[in-house]
Write a protein that binds this ligand. Structure first.
Ligand code: SF4
Length: 367
């Protein structure tokens, strides 16, 4: 049985065992696409990799020149290697991701580093949700994620404006909240505000009974609508304030609002581009496979929703048509929200089509 749980450090694998592993690869592995797993003596999955040519890739581990090379370090921790073939490199890539998610192998850090290039806006769950910018969302923590974005700093600034415009909190996630309706319920006297944001009307003050739970939730819904591109309320609010100050000849203060407005508009534009990019990753993708094992992937919003053998008979074609109709529902609204469990796959697919733009020729939009 294979497992993904780390264990205590052990002695490096002996030269004799490495020789056994090498012979096994040389004599039994084939040069075709697939995924491989490096396993410890206890069956822990230490590393998962994929290759267009499994045999060549595995043999390259035994040629690592320096002991500090990543390949050499993985090999010296492993006692055995297993592999499975896949119809294509694309299928191997997907399988690799699924295995990494399942086993969380300790040496698969490169991939996590990859994801850290991106940032996401996270809306936390629980009492008085707050928005924050996170890097490389793992999809494991509860919350709603929007993204991915590049430029965490600019996104962070825009989120600050959005928080201010909607008077949402930006304090510690574990901060105790006391809604005004709770205050009555428990007959607590409202606490002295300890935060300047409530004092200067930048936060509703859910920590000091400054609003009810319903009032706060209403603002959260506005923030979500803005992030999902269906409401321009925060922008209109800032624009109204800027115009009012200009009319009152308060040009300096109006300029402050103009800058806020610009940051929020930039965020909205970034969301627009993102929605477009995610929507564009919706098509039927046919991938030629090893020895005729062609596969068809139904990809919607950057995630593989179904994988089937390329239809050969009219019966196959009919069932695929039905599948396409089920998966590509016309009433699906464009959104920048990414379900947490889909983030890794979205990143993987967008990077695949960026690296191999010619692959787009194998795709077919569903009208
Ligand atoms: S007023 Fe309270 S809830 Fe709002 S940001 Fe400050 S500490 Fe957080």
């Amino acid at each position: 049985m294979i497992r993904g749980t780390p264990r205590a450090k052990k002695q490096p694998t002996s030269d004799a065992q490495l020789a056994v592993m090498r012979t096994n690869v040389r004599e039994t592995a084939a040069d075709r696409p697939g995924v491989y797993r490096m396993l410890s003596s206890e069956g822990e999955v230490l590393y998962v990799g994929k290759s267009k040519r499994v045999r060549s890739r595995l043999m390259s581990y035994f040629r690592c020149e320096y002991p500090e090379d990543k390949g050499a370090r993985i090999l010296r921790s492993a006692e055995s290697i297993e592999w499975d073939y896949t119809p294509s490199e694309f299928a191997a890539l997907l399988q690799e991701l699924r295995l990494i998610k399942r086993f969380r192998p300790r040496y698969n850090v490169a991939m996590m580093r990859d994801a850290r290039h991106y940032s996401f806006i996270k809306l936390t769950k629980g009492t008085a949700p707050k928005m924050l910018v996170v890097r490389g969302a793992s999809g494991e923590e509860a919350g709603i994620y929007y993204g991915p974005f590049v430029g965490a700093q600019r996104v962070g600034e825009a989120i600050r404006e959005l928080n201010d415009a909607l008077m949402l909190r930006d304090c510690r996630t574990d901060m105790k909240m006391f809604y005004s309706d709770q205050v009555e319920l428990f007959q607590l006297s409202p606490r002295t505000p300890g935060c300047i944001r409530h004092e200067i009307s930048k936060c509703l003050g859910p920590c000091v009974g400054g609003c009810s739970a319903a009032q706060y939730d209403e603002r959260v819904l506005l923030a979500r609508a803005f992030l999902e591109g269906s409401d321009d309320g925060p922008i209109n609010m800032l624009r109204g304030e800027m115009e009012r100050l200009s009319a009152e000849l308060e040009f300096e203060r109006a300029a402050v609002y103009r800058d806020k407005l610009e940051r929020l508009e930039a965020l909205r534009a970034q969301f627009g581009r993102l929605r477009f990019a995610v929507e564009n990753l919706s098509f039927v993708y046919t991938v030629p496979g090893h020895e005729g094992e062609d596969r068809v992937y139904l990809i919607r919003k950057g995630v593989v929703r179904a994988e089937v053998r390329k239809p050969k008979s009219s019966k196959d074609r009919r069932s695929m048509k039905q599948l396409v109709e089920d998966i590509f529902s016309p009433d699906d609204k464009p959104t920048a929200q990414v379900p947490t469990h889909e983030i890794d796959e979205l990143l993987l697919l967008s990077s695949w089509f960026r690296r191999f733009p010619k692959e787009m020729k194998r795709t077919k939009q569903v009208s």
